[in-house]
Design a protein around this ligand. Structure first.
Ligand code: NAD
Length: 478
């Protein structure tokens, strides 16, 4: 139950291992996705609060960065245990603030971060942190104080995917959690404190991007930035960081394609595409929101997709039977409805869903699962990230054309390929310009590197690759 965070913790900041009063006076309401009612209020951290948190992280660096890797890994493992003990509290909190159906909150929103902690600890203990090259000993040192900024859609996973590898590397962290879904970050801070993480190694603040976020991005004592969020905000952060010559990892948006080749089991592929595209109401950066099928089989794809979507009846995220919840916020609702309207205006064929709220779901931020077919790859709805349950079906005329369509947006985060011939599917997968590609429904991994190319960002998260983002090599010439 989220009640524990509806009070003092959320109204404060977590600095130096304790919840403290902030200088900031601005209060930001956190709204329940299914009703629009106020769940909690958080205090926006002012630049002075950011300064205090960064100085605290800087002060904690000498002792944490010199702890042996095994000790740091042991802290991560204890942290995982502490989180697991409060898994239901995390899951409920996320279902309320984001709107994720409770079963998905448990398995994905909380399950993935737990797995990330295990993989990070395992990677740390198996990594080579020094090597001899010629007359040199090359050591890999923590980069220093990390400023981490995260979005609301997977509010725990995005935080853990940055904070765990940064701490594993020996860095200390100031996290600015999303102001839309901040509550789990405070529970996370509490569990970190209980796990033996030294005070000051992790500090947590909340606030809007232009206020708290930019104060963190530009603070003189921050050595590295790690950002997950929109391409718009990522661009701004990279500009600010560029002028400071400050390294940044950027995990940004996507417009990923599911490519179905002519020999594939189309029914299975189309079903997968719908479940994937509508997971978390389409508010998933890797959502496969374009289903690219052989043109001759487009009607078949439409039938399967519409029948699958019909099973996803929007409902209360706390109900065990719900598989599609509301969107996370009013802003999201307006944005997604705007794109549905635009798709109709652009002449795409609406095969299910639409701009009206689902029957009986006028309260909260619900939208109907919506599918457009015969979408031209150049249409706005096929080019821009909608971030809602909206799928575009696009016809292709062969493998080369399918690859061209899949690669034909400014993004490059994820993709999928389906074929009866695994080798053929893998050959096409290698032609997709994306950081992650599912082959014939291969499962999402929190162990292998995750990230994007082109306007989906740069740098990687998870496992060894995630830790490497926070290390800098140093050559000792002997
Ligand atoms: P957003 O960019 O609006 O905000 C993300 C975070 O950045 C928030 O904490 C926000 O306060 C902060 N922020 C915004 N402007 C800032 C600025 N100028 N300076 C510093 N901080 C700033 O994104 P969102 O709406 O919270 O999340 C949705 C976006 O995140 C989507 O585009 C989605 O694709 C992307 N996303 C990407 C990944 C990935 O790993 N690639 C994962 C999840 C979400």
């Amino acid at each position: 139950m989220a009640a524990g965070v509806e009070d003092q913790r959320a109204a404060r900041g977590y600095i130096g291992g304790a919840f403290v009063e902030l200088e900031g006076q601005e209060r930001i309401p956190v709204l329940e996705a299914s009703t629009g009612e106020v769940l909690a209020e958080v205090t926006e951290a002012a630049p002075g609060d950011v300064d205090r948190a960064v100085r605290t992280a800087h002060g904690a660096l000498p002792s944490w960065s010199t702890k042996p890797a095994d000790e740091r890994a042991a802290v991560l493992r204890r942290w995982r245990q502490a989180m697991e003990g409060r898994a239901e509290e995390f899951a409920t909190s996320i279902s309320r603030e984001v709107g994720t159906p409770i079963r998905h909150s448990r398995s994905i929103q909380v399950g993935n971060p737990l797995a990330i902690l295990t993989h990070t600890a395992d990677a740390l203990t198996s990594m080579t942190l020094s090597e001899h090259l010629g007359n040199c000993l090359v050591v890999r040192e923590p980069v220093g104080v990390v400023g981490a900024i995260t979005p609301w859609n997977y509010p725990l996973q995005q935080v853990v995917a940055k904070v765990a590898p940064a701490l594993a590397a020996g860095c200390t962290v100031v996290l600015k959690a999303s102001e839309v879904a901040p509550l789990t970050a405070f529970i996370l801070a509490e569990t970190a404190g209980e796990s033996g993480l030294p005070p000051g190694a992790l500090n947590v603040l909340v606030g809007r991007g232009e206020v708290t976020g930019e104060a963190l991005v530009t603070h003189p004592l921050v050595d590295k930035l790690s950002f997950t969020g929109s391409t718009r905000a990522g661009r701004r952060i990279a500009e600010l960081a560029g002028s400071l010559v400050r390294p940044v990892t950027l995990e940004l948006g996507g417009k990923s394609a599911s490519v179905v080749l002519d020999d594939a089991d189309l029914a299975t592929a189309a079903k997968f595409a719908v479940y994937n595209a509508f997971l978390n109401s389409g508010q998933t950066c890797t959502a496969l929101t374009r289903l690219v099928v052989p043109r001759a089989r487009i009607r078949e794809a439409e039938e399967v997709a519409a029948a699958t979507a019909a099973k996803l009846v929007p409902g209360d995220p706390l109900d065990e039977a719900t598989r599609l919840g509301p969107l996370a916020s009013e802003g999201q609702l307006e944005r997604v409805r705007g794109y549905i309207r635009l798709g109709i205006e652009e002449g795409a064929r609406l095969i299910c869903g639409g701009v009206e709220p689902p029957a009986g779901r006028e309260r909260g931020y619900f939208v109907q699962p919506t599918i457009f077919s015969e979408v031209d790859p150049g249409m706005t709805i096929a080019q821009e990230e909608i971030f809602g349950p909206v799928l575009c079906i696009i016809g292709h005329d062969g493998d080369d054309h399918a690859v061209e369509i899949a690669n034909g947006t400014p993004y490059g985060l994820a993709g999928a390929v389906w074929s009866a011939d695994q080798q053929r599917a893998m050959a096409v997968a290698q032609r997709l310009r994306a950081g992650t590609v599912e082959v014939n429904g291969g499962a999402f991994s929190t162990e292998a590197p995750f990230g994007g190319v082109r306007q989906s960002g740069y740098g990687r998260e998870f496992g060894r690759y995630g830790i490497e983002e926070f290390l800098a090599p140093k050559s000792l010439q002997l």
